[in-house]
Design a protein around this ligand. Sequence first.
Ligand SMILES: Nc1ncnc2c1ncn2[C@@H]1O[C@H](COP(=O)(O)OP(=O)(O)OP(=O)(O)O)[C@@H](O)[C@H]1O
Ligand SMILES: [Mg+2]
Length: 790
Amino acid sequence: MTSPMTPGTIQTLPVLPLRNTVIFPSVFAPLSAGRPTSIAAIEAAAAREDKSLVIFAQRDPQKDQPASSDDLYAVGTLAVIRKMARSPNGIEILVQGIERVSLLRLEQTEPYLLARVQVLPWPEDSGPEVEALYRSILDTTRRILELAGTEAPENLRELITQQGDPLRVAYFIGSMLSLDVPKEQALLEAPSRLEALRLLYQYLQHELQVQELRHKIQKQAESELTKQQREYMLRQQLRAIQEELGEKSPEKAEIDELRQRLAETDLPDDVRKEAERELNRLERLPPIAPDYQVIRTWLELVLELPWRKETPDQLDIARARQVLDEDHYGLEEIKERILEHLAVLKLNPEAKAPILCFVGPPGVGKTSLGQSIARALGRKFERQSLGGLHDEAELRGHRRTYIGAMPGRIIQAIRRAGVKNPVLMLDEVDKIGRDFRGDPAAALLEILDPAQNTNFRDNYLDLPFDLSKVFFITTANNLMTIPEPLLDRMEVLRLAGYTPEEKMEIARRYLIPRQLKESGLQPEQLTILPTALDAIIRRYTREAGVRELERALGRLCRKVAVRFAEGKTEPVTVRPEDLPDLLGPERFFPEQAREALPPGVATGLAWTETGGEVLYVEAALLPQGQGLRLTGQLGRVMRESAEAALSYVWSHAELLGISPKEFRRNGVHIHVPAGAVPKDGPSAGVTMVTALTSLFTNLPTRKDTAMTGEITLTGLVLPVGGIKEKLLAAHRAGIRRVILPRENQKDLREIPEHVRKEIEFFFASQLLEVLRAAIPNLALREPEPATAAS
Ligand SMILES: Nc1ncnc2c1ncn2[C@@H]1O[C@H](COP(=O)(O)OP(=O)(O)OP(=O)(O)O)[C@@H](O)[C@H]1O
Ligand SMILES: [Mg+2]
């Protein structure tokens, strides 16, 4: 150690007072100065050739401006500035302590403290006691570092091993201990090595106790963990034993198997790379690590996913037509459209498959049609319901870092399919919700978008998967709740429901043979007479599709099968009168048109998710009442159309032969009964106008006539949807005259021939045409023809 200052020298130097620390000789310390006097002192020192100053600890750390020597400890350190940098808050310096100094007196206090100091001698005493203390100090320090679990600073370790000047080591350790100022000061002031080491040893003992206590507390907290560690140890031992015996550990065997599968599986390069990386990670993990299972399950998914596997398409159109006909009766138009798509696929195999959307009531064959398409194409079929889906993550999966994370439903379906080009039916797209967890419809958009889905990224899988070869078919009962952008992307095909005659055919060709087989009967053992079948359709079921019908037929077949099981031998023929015995009492009475309609009632046609329905709009005068009252669970659009209807009738009162006084005297109540079913939509407009006109003119409407159509205030009739369902319902109910908006005339193409033939149609573009057809005795006062001259 070379000190530039020989002990005993007296000097005058700038003073840096410190509030809460002591600088020891030979120790480096970073300091920051913010007080103007301190900054001035540093600047003065920096201006000196030797860059030195003296540092004293303050007796009272609160004191901002130490002004007399009493404010400072009497012993301080002569130090040299090694580095200096200005900061927004003042000056940062790195100093190195050189020698101890004692304060003789303060020479000045402004603009900075200047002190006269005398360099103190460096203690050099030695002896066995110093030696012993020094060793104990090194031991204790090591022990403390062990307990604290921290890496010893490089230079400390060096000092300890080098066994340099014990005092320097002591100063260094002292500066590391975060002692309070009086203790540090005492160490600095110690006049001999022995004294300094004794003090330090004392401090270290205390520190050791603190560390031991802390360690003990931590141990207790970790005892849970230790259990796991014990298990780990046991496993390690087990593994060692197995290795000794020449057996593979189960994990090793597992990893070997995964590695082999990985080698045998046909994977895209980037997927293989990622899988290999994860497998290597897996190998390094202990099996009890939480990540172990996560990686393993992920790897299995990657290995099972059909990255490259496809089934070859069967693009023989004639065969496809045959398959479609084999599986489903009727549905001609839809089958044609499907065949067209297949033809396109045949001509251009790279063409993006269209996304079909089958819309219709339950049980009309949407799902089974999808299966049939898969069969016709020779593709795998998978189904995934989206009903009640709220969480985007259900579609796209959760990141692997989540506990219990899984791939999303799309990837799950692909995995089940085992090929990358299945027909994937997404059921109930109209029933997906959205909430704070994100918008599944938006995710679905991306999944269905041929431009984006070649690189579909599931959060769990976290690798791009190509969905572009998937033939997506969605199904819905109702188009109204499907978000517009999603609807845009799909080609909508409607399955409206079947007439009783069509149901007869379906039952005869498909449902009865299937149910006979299910219940183990031979075809010749059971005959259901057409009259009986008709009764089942009309009196035991009420539905647009045929699901209930199939269930009823199944019940019937099982009942008959029981009889055979009980020893019956001759074939059974089911007649209508046998039905109560086999199926219980009739459940429905055929929907019938009402027998007579009093003035104020008109027959409407409604579309519902389960098919069409006949409904009656009833209007009544409320003497002394006011305004319009509406009941029958009407939605907003329907209420508005009732108001428009009333306004129309009122504003055309004279033309319709109604005294306008009527409206001032009475309120009106409109009720739409039928099953407390919520009803909405504009298509009851014409029915409301008819009911109101009938009410105010006191003339009844024809009971065999039903109508549908939206209205405008000026008396126009606008087209509406669901014509097929509505007509089938009217036909079921025995209604034989139907008034439709003129623009809906084109929809008659979809109506089965025999239904069309049995109904007389009226097409209206003006409300007056509707009224004339519906209210036989209405005497219209035709308006004056407008003249150009007026
Ligand atoms: N035109 C048809 N020809 C033959 N069978 C049919 C026809 N329509 C429906 N079916 C049969 O009716 C049953 C019900 O059909 P499916 O399950 O496909 O109805 P869905 O339209 O998917 O109903 P949901 O909306 O409730 O899912 C099936 O067994 C199906 O084979
Ligand atoms: Mg279905």
